[in-house]
Design a protein around this ligand. Structure first.
Ligand SMILES: CC(C)(COP(=O)(O)OP(=O)(O)OC[C@H]1O[C@@H](n2cnc3c(N)ncnc32)[C@H](O)[C@@H]1OP(=O)(O)O)[C@@H](O)C(=O)NCCC(=O)NCCS
Length: 159
């Protein structure tokens, strides 16, 4: 990969300002380190809708299509996971996506997140006949993350 993805926190602020004001973290703008070109949003969010695994903190992403396939989502997501475990002292972070979203599921697998079929659910905000209603849930605990990712000492390295 030629460029790395910098998850900008303090300087560029959170996209979901109300969420950020309430929780101190949120979905954040991501830029290429070298050119400062904006590529999309990656970050942590509180999941508080009614589901067996909530309340929880989830990791999510949405990149501009021209930046897909370059590994930026896994790279930015790893930085966000490190921030969640190191700075926020979370014990577990989840992620969920529609079962048909194979690109995001690949990212979850690259992050070493675990899938258990018993966690899968129908999204409560979607209609019964919506093809996106069937969701898969993935989890990762702090100890699992650190088994695969050496401790660098700070998510500040990504600033
Ligand atoms: C999901 C998404 C973040 C992937 O990010 P990324 O930085 O491209 O991730 P990667 O480069 O690691 O690619 C992951 C997978 O995406 C798929 N992919 C890659 N380029 C793609 C493209 N141009 N079009 C469609 N899928 C593509 C491949 O299956 C790839 O897996 P592989 O590396 O084993 O081939 C990106 O597709 C996206 O932002 N999609 C729209 C928003 C979205 O789905 N958000 C998640 C909602 S839960």
């Amino acid at each position: 990969m030629l460029f790395s993805c910098a998850v900008e926190r303090g300087r560029h602020g959170c996209v979901y300002r109300a969420h950020c004001a309430r929780h101190g973290f949120g979905l954040e703008a991501a830029f290429l380190s070298e050119t400062r070109v904006f590529v999309g949003f990656i970050g942590l969010l509180r999941a508080e809708f009614d589901a067996p695994f909530t309340p929880a903190v989830e990791i999510g992403w949405r990149l501009l299509p021209e930046f897909w396939g370059r590994g930026f989502a896994p790279e930015g997501a790893r930085a966000a996971l490190e921030m969640g475990f190191a700075d926020l002292a979370l014990e577990e972070i989840v992620s969920f996506t529609a079962r048909v979203n194979t690109a995001s599921i690949r990212v979850l697998e690259k992050l070493g997140m675990r899938h258990s079929a018993k966690d899968d659910f129908n999204h409560p905000a979607l209609a019964d006949d919506d093809r996106l209603r069937a969701y898969v849930l993935y989890r990762i605990r702090a100890e699992e993350f650190y088994r695969q990712t050496p401790i660098t000492g700070a998510s500040d390295e990504h600033d």
